[in-house]
Design a protein around this ligand. Structure first.
Ligand SMILES: [Zn+2]
Ligand SMILES: [Zn+2]
Length: 353
């Protein structure tokens, strides 16, 4: 069956799905869109999805996956820099801190009621790799919650280089830190600090809510980059960051409840001449750094997630402003044409799953 997934607490959601699964309620205002969308999707619908029903029903899940930033380097006002939060029992675990992360976190708290994402409550973060689109929000994540009252140091886990990046950011802001702690603001003497942990593949973090396991990804010339699997009391969530398709991702998911993965549209690649006007051979770059929809369909058919969330895509939510750019519908259509029949949604900022 096909449905337009609109979760009760979501403002918007582009989820189109072919296959089995528990259809979420379709709000009346969205019904027409849903009918059109399902009619389009039906063109590509095939057999019921493999075991999609075993995914934890969203409404009953204690663990929430909150999309804080679903964009990429493009300064898209609708799609903040890469950042995803896994929220368990009132605690937030952040993966990546792209530009805009702290404001999106506060929006999740204010507009979606996710109190764990009140910025002063964010204490633990993981980073997949050190590309600027995934880390340009790092100084913001260190400093803004502290200025707003966080007392404890931030705990950050990531590949080699995260320690040096942390030290350089703190050095850049040393005068700010001095004035805020020693001056009239009386900011916490510890809340600006960061304990940066450089990880290797394996279990990198464990507490009463989660076990976090890092696995290697392949992202072009980056020597080390990681995806993370979160095992909580009720769900398993895998967030890959940027990567080409890898067996390690398939193994890390292996029937996980939620897989958050990037996907480039074939349409985007087709629209980029080789080389483009800037001299970039984007096809060669994409093959070394990223994953296409066709590749992701093949990967996800092996990994078998209960729900696949697409992020970091070359899409626009304003096609009238960027004619020719890929759209969420293009993404889903390509996934279906490539033979993916599981539950798949296009993530939008502030979606909660
Ligand atoms: Zn990226
Ligand atoms: Zn990257």
């Amino acid at each position: 069956m096909c449905y337009y997934a609109e979760l009760p607490w979501q403002a918007s959601n582009d989820g189109l799905c072919c296959g089995g699964g528990q259809g979420s309620a379709v709000k009346r205002g969205r019904l027409f869109t849903a009918i059109i969308a399902c009619a389009l999707a039906a063109l590509h619908c095939g057999a019921p999805a493999f075991a999609a029903d075993r995914a934890t029903p969203f409404g009953a899940a204690k663990t929430q996956v909150v999309l804080l930033g679903t964009g990429n380097p493009q300064p898209d006002p609708d799609r903040s820099g890469p950042a995803t939060a896994v929220v368990v029992n009132g605690s937030a675990y952040l993966v990546d801190f792209g530009p805009g992360v702290v404001r999106r976190a506060n929006a999740a708290a204010l507009d979606k009621g996710v109190q764990a994402l009140v910025p002063t409550n964010i204490k633990i973060a993981f980073v997949t790799h050190l590309h600027s689109d995934h880390t340009a929000g790092y100084p913001d994540l260190i400093l803004t919650p502290w200025v707003m009252g966080r007392q404890a140091p931030l705990e950050v886990y990531g590949p080699p280089g995260i320690k040096a990046m942390t030290e350089h950011i703190l050095a850049a802001y040393q005068e700010d830190i001095k004035i805020r702690t020693e001056g009239m603001e009386h900011a916490s003497p510890h809340g600006w600090k960061v304990n940066a942990h450089e990880v290797v593949a394996g279990v990198v973090y464990k507490d009463g809510n989660v076990t976090v396991t890092a696995f290697p990804t392949k992202h072009g010339d980056w020597k080390e980059s990681f995806g993370y699997r979160f095992d909580t009391p009720d769900r398993s969530v895998v967030i890959t960051g940027d990567t080409t398709p890898t067996q390690a991702t398939i193994d890390a998911c292996h029937g996980c409840d939620v897989l958050v993965h990037e996907a480039l549209t074939l349409k985007f690649l087709a629209n980029n001449r080789r080389p483009n006007p800037q001299g970039i051979d984007f096809h060669a770059y994409a093959a070394k750094y990223h994953t296409t929809t066709a590749q992701l369909a093949e990967l996800a058919n092996k990994a078998k997630p209960g729900l696949l969330i697409l992020v970091h895509n070359p899409i626009t939510l304003r096609p009238n402003k960027r004619p020719g750019a890929s759209t969420p519908e293009d993404l889903l259509q390509e996934m279906q044409e490539a033979g993916y029949r599981g539950k798949v949604v296009v993530g939008r900022d502030l979606d909660v799953y």
